[in-house]
Design a protein around this ligand. Sequence first.
Ligand SMILES: [Fe+2]
Ligand SMILES: [Fe+2]
Length: 203
Amino acid sequence: MAERQQELGGISGDGSGGNGGNEENAVALLMRQHGEIRNLFDEVEATEGDARRDAFHRLVRLLAVHETAEEEVIHPYARRSIDGGEAVVEDRLAEEKKAKETLKDMEDMDPDSPEFMPRLAALRHDVESHARAEERYEFIQISRNTEPERLRTMAKALRAAEATAPTRPHPGAETAAENLAVGPLAAVADRARDAVRKVMGGH
Ligand SMILES: [Fe+2]
Ligand SMILES: [Fe+2]
């Protein structure tokens, strides 16, 4: 137990993550994504024009992938494995639903229009308080009580979801136009869901 707590302590101190070991742990991987989501909000706020549009689309993609993978992998597991799991997960799903509705409203919005930044600020508030609640009420308990093998399998499913919607631009591999054409939010979530189910199917 002490060892696992120590591991979690290490993870908390490294929001940007990215080292090989953490990618084998589902909780560490999700915390790394929470850090990336925060960074992308910063980037959207700090840019304008095409750069803002591009950063926003990467943010939308990452949010779609992240929340879908949590809904497929982490919340069902938390429901049955942590104390009071049912209630904890219901609260998290309600928060996710609210954020998704805001995101959907923003999907067709011009990032340079005057109503964009206030909406973004509201979304950021909802997404970040949701992430803090997950870390506090869900992730810590999962980290303490889950076998490393299980965390590895869940991490594999999360990585498969992430691979369906890269959020870092790859020069040459993707044209600017393709980078902007995110496709509907629902399509991104569908691809992530299929990838997760493929991995979790055998477990
Ligand atoms: Fe979530
Ligand atoms: Fe999350």
